[in-house]
Design a protein around this ligand. Structure first.
Ligand SMILES: Cc1cc2nc3c(=O)[nH]c(=O)nc-3n(C[C@H](O)[C@H](O)[C@H](O)COP(=O)(O)OP(=O)(O)OC[C@H]3O[C@@H](n4cnc5c(N)ncnc54)[C@H](O)[C@@H]3O)c2cc1C
Length: 537
């Protein structure tokens, strides 16, 4: 058993600014590893795709009066109109975002980036935006993959990126209630490091953990790799403070209530369209004393999925539970450090965190169930390898783009009885669309999050980028979304709606649901300045 009291996720500081055309730490960009290069060449061939670097942005489109107003609110040092800062606040980090950035398309760049220091300054920026009819895009970590940072700008007097990076304090810890109040600009590692000083943790580790922010987690209803044990981010939130164009909104009077519908849920997942989250109160846990991750092998995806369902429906949920299909296992995508090595069957990663007693008891019970269902224990090496490489895949995506291979992911969720059909239909849609015109695609999948009633399916797709990668991926993604909708599954389990999924949202929530969202938007943001074109159908 691993007695590891450090974070599984490297709490080291990461630079807050990512590379403008790639994922993550600019210093961490690496060429495609040799082992993967051979596989890629065999599957798709290699092409050199240098990125465009020196593209000038459109001139700043807001008036001097607006700039003076922003400077009066946040201070002159916190209002930026230079190309470099505007470039870094252009869109998020989906593969289409990266392709556009690499091609020098900076059409969605904000006119100005403002960095308020606190709730009152955020509220003042919103008031100024209402007065001048400016579109405002709240910016957390900038890791969005659904176009949620690419707001509409037509009809507005300019576009302001409202960067929350300076709201980065741990405001309060209540060790009796086990809650903490965090400001939204804290990045994942920063929040965990501040909580660790109190012996506490959040336990929220999405793959974007190193760069995504607390406000972003709440605004997108994010889900992490340890959400089986710690819960989705929306399940952790007990209170919120929000700045809206209509004024301040505080939510969360008690851990639970029957005082009408739970309005916190209107803010969670609102993607900056209803207000700007300026503080989040979350439920916290004691830092785990022990973490142990291990691998299990299943002969087939169906057998592994059945084992997952059995575990969760018997109330035996480990902290981490994920299952790769045969294709993903074969490529070792769950273990980026081992890509190129052969693996068969389906790899399941099972992780336990807690006190030694808790981990021992839960591990024994889970082992009994999995062994009884025919799983083969692979020991701790695959688990350690997964934990070590768990944040590396986005860097690999950049190295693949460098050699002309487009890699993108998409995710959905459904009930257990519908998983097989959804899996088959989404795969088929992607393969059909990307296989048209003589192309080929590799489609991989893992079950990433489980619930008593169902699970989420996370697909990774690789294909030759070709001459028109944006159009090629756009057609494939639309076909996958149509398949998801036809199966009655959700358009997003954790990546949110943004602009990319918006055309499919009404099919999921119905015309009445769309009308409710429009009514809430009209009430909280009557002049429509907040993230226009994002989320609300
Ligand atoms: C490589 C990679 C891996 C990822 N893995 C995961 C994963 O495992 N799980 C997961 O859930 N997601 C994942 N994502 C998606 C993304 O990281 C999440 O959606 C994350 O929650 C976004 O947080 P952020 O701080 O970067 O928000 P941003 O990208 O800055 O913003 C996202 C949206 O929320 C709005 N917003 C941001 N902050 C606020 C605020 N304070 N108030 C109001 N609105 C706000 C923005 O306007 C935007 O619409 C991944 C993305 C990438 C690129």
């Amino acid at each position: 058993m691993t007695h590891d009291t450090s974070s599984p996720t490297t709490l080291d500081a990461h630079p807050r600014e990512m590379h403008p055309q790639r994922w993550g730490d600019p210093a961490a960009a690496t060429p495609l590893p040799e082992a993967a290069r051979g596989l890629v060449e065999l599957a798709f061939g290699l092409a050199d795709t240098p990125a465009t670097t020196s593209v000038a942005l459109a001139p700043v489109g807001v008036t001097d009066e607006v700039l003076a107003g922003l400077r009066a609110i946040a201070g002159p040092d916190h209002v930026h109109t230079d190309d470099g800062t505007r470039r870094l606040r252009t869109r998020g980090k989906s593969t289409p975002d990266l392709l556009r950035a690499r091609a020098g398309d900076l059409g969605d760049a904000p006119d100005v980036v403002v960095r308020p220091a606190d709730h009152d300054e955020v509220a003042a920026v919103l008031a100024l935006a209402v007065e001048h009819h400016l579109a405002v895009v709240p910016f957390g970590g900038g890791t969005c993959v659904t176009g949620g940072l690419a707001a509409r700008r037509d009809g507005y007097a300019g576009l302001v990126s409202l960067d929350l990076v300076r709201l980065d304090a741990l405001l309060e810890v209540d060790e009796v209630s086990m809650t903490a109040t965090l400001e939204p600009g804290l990045r994942g590692p920063e929040a965990e490091a501040l909580l660790a000083e109190h012996g506490l943790c959040l336990g929220h580790y999405p793959q974007s953990f190193q760069h995504a922010s607390i406000g972003g987690f709440a605004a997108t209803r994010s889900s992490g790799q340890s959400s089986a044990g710690y819960g989705r981010f929306d399940q952790m939130v007990v209170g919120l403070r929000v700045a809206t164009p209509r004024g301040e909104w505080r939510l969360g009077s008690s851990p639970a209530n029957a005082a009408g519908p739970d309005l916190r849920q209107l803010v969670l997942g609102s993607e900056g369209a209803f207000g700007v989250i300026t503080a989040v109160t979350v439920r916290v846990r004691r830092l785990p004393e022990v973490k142990v991750y291990e691998g299990w092998r299943w002969d087939s995806f169906v057998e592994g999925a059945t084992a997952m369902r059995t575990l969760v429906q018997s109330g035996l949920l480990p902290t981490v539970l994920r299952l790769s299909d045969e294709a993903e296992t074969g490529l070792n995508l769950a273990r980026p450090d081992a890509i190129g090595e052969q693996a068969t069957g389906c790899l399941m990663i099972v992780g336990h965190e807690g006190t030694p007693g808790q981990v021992e008891a839960r591990r024994a019970a889970v082992t009994e169930v999995l062994a009884g269902l025919g799983g083969t224990p692979l020991g701790e090496e695959p688990g350690a390898s997964w934990a070590h490489g768990r944040f590396n895949a986005p860097y690999l995506r950049d190295s693949m783009l460098d050699v002309g291979v487009l890699v993108e992911t998409l995710e959905t969720a459904t009930f257990w009885s519908k998983v097989d059909a959804l899996y088959a239909d989404v795969r088929a849609a992607l393969e059909r669309e990307l296989g048209a015109e003589g192309g080929s695609a590799i489609v991989l999948c893992h079950l990433s999050h489980v619930y008593e009633t169902g699970c989420s399916l996370y697909f990774t797709v690789a294909t030759a980028a070709g001459e028109q990668p944006l159009e090629r991926w756009g057609r494939a993604k639309a076909a996958a979304n149509d398949a998801i909708t036809a199966n009655g599954a959700t358009i997003s389990h954790h990546h949110a709606v943004g602009t990319d999924h918006r055309p499919w949202l009404s099919a999921e929530i119905g015309d009445l649901g769309a009308s409710v969202l429009r009514a809430v938007k009209a009430d909280l943001d009557p002049t429509g300045i907040l993230n226009p074109g994002v989320l609300v159908p």
